[in-house]
Design a binder for this molecule. Structure first.
Ligand SMILES: *Cc1c(COP(=O)(O)O)cnc(C)c1O
Length: 353
């Protein structure tokens, strides 16, 4: 497929000739091509696919000073027969434009985001690893590009898609510290948007938790530091009795993960009651003391499911023997089987290339 209006210039020789797609670390290698488009004078223009290359930018670039910058993370897979497909990219496209609106940025039209991504991946299809647990990570992003340091929403923006082959992602069970000082998101803020600043703002708390021997923090609400939000940059699920509980989205402090949504669907198919509601650390500790808290895990595109083996709140530590868990491993198995083309795609989640 060649989308109308996309100018394509190809590399002369592929970098793939010099490398293998086995055991690549996350986000370090990029494919031969990238997509770039500009928003100027109220419209998108210059949509092109070209060899992956550095950007030449003014030091006054608005995004570097005032942080209008958003992104997405999506994965493409190749099944055993070599058929390529992307996992739920339309959901990421919609979320990208929700992030754009919150950051007062222009929305990106479907033709550029979806057809651009499709055309780019078709061109770099040989870069999709077909090994188990490997994938091609897709990173669409947009930033303000006015070369002006006056504080105002930028008038020009750049939209780019880059591709990075990756895997396998070893997610060993995590030790988590319940954060009570720093805040990731507050009602009315930008927590539900996938913007760069949310990540910048979370790094210190994570680094401090690491110093104390934890892998990540469990974010709590901004007012009382009681209600649970997300674990690191993943959504969080608690299995209590026969219920799967995950924090609800309504106050705008939670990023609406595509993996979260997929997990809700699959957990229901596995026979659990899935409940989206406010849940506090006190309720969680009570469930733990009663022996009802069975499993705790994070969900996200990078790791799919990350199990939590230790959860520390003040002086109380909850230990879990993840080797005995049944739900998180089964959920991960089912999601990965769909994504890697080993199970029927009954929900229409796979977008074929
Ligand atoms: C991206 C992200 C997630 C996970 O979203 P997926 O669509 O499942 O990858 C969760 N929380 C935050 C803060 C994120 O940025």
């Amino acid at each position: 497929m060649v989308a109308a209006g996309i100018h394509i210039s190809k590399v002369e020789t592929s970098k793939l000739q010099e490398m293998t797609l086995e055991n690549l670390p996350f986000g370090r290698y990029f494919t031969d091509h990238m997509l770039e488009a500009d928003f100027e004078n109220g419209e998108w223009k210059n949509v092109e696919i070209k060899p992956y290359q550095p950007l030449l930018l003014e030091p006054s670039l608005a995004a570097l000073h005032y942080g209008q910058a958003i992104f997405e993370g999506i994965k493409a897979y190749k099944d055993a027969d070599g058929n390529a497909a992307i996992f739920r990219p339309l959901d990421n496209f919609k979320r990208f434009n929700i992030s754009a609106e919150r950051m007062n940025m222009p929305t990106v039209p479907e033709e550029i985001f979806m057809e651009g991504m499709h055309t780019l991946i078709e061109l770099d299809k040989n870069w999709i690893p077909s090994l188990p647990d490997h994938s091609l990570y897709i990173r669409p992003f947009m930033f303000s590009s006015d070369p002006v340091i006056g504080v105002k929403p930028s008038e020009s923006y750049k939209f780019i898609i880059i591709l990075s082959p990756t895997g396998p992602y070893y997610s060993t069970p995590m030790k988590i510290y319940v954060e009570e000082k720093y805040t990731r998101a507050a009602p009315g803020g930008v927590g539900f948007s996938k913007n760069a600043g949310n990540y910048g703002g979370s790094m210190l708390a994570t680094a401090l938790a690491k110093k104390q021997g934890y892998d990540q923090v469990l974010w709590t609400d901004a007012f009382e530091h009681k209600y649970l939000q997300e674990v690191g940059t993943m959504n969080v699920f608690f299995i209590i009795g026969n219920k799967a509980i995950t924090p609800s989205l309504e106050d705008g402090t939670i990023l609406a993960g595509v993996t979260r949504d997929s997990a809700i669907t699959v957990l229901k198919e596995m026979g659990l009651d899935v409940i989206e509601e406010k849940i506090s650390i006190d309720e969680l500790m009570d469930a733990h003391k009663n022996g009802q808290l069975r499993e705790v895990f994070g969900t996200g595109t990078a790791a799919t499911i990350s199990m939590i083996k230790e959860l520390r709140y003040k002086d109380y530590t909850m230990h879990f023997d993840t080797a005995t868990w049944t739900i998180a491993p089964e959920l991960k198995k089912r999601l990965n089987a769909i994504r890697e083309g080993r199970a029927a795609d009954t929900h229409g989640w796979m977008y074929k290339i």
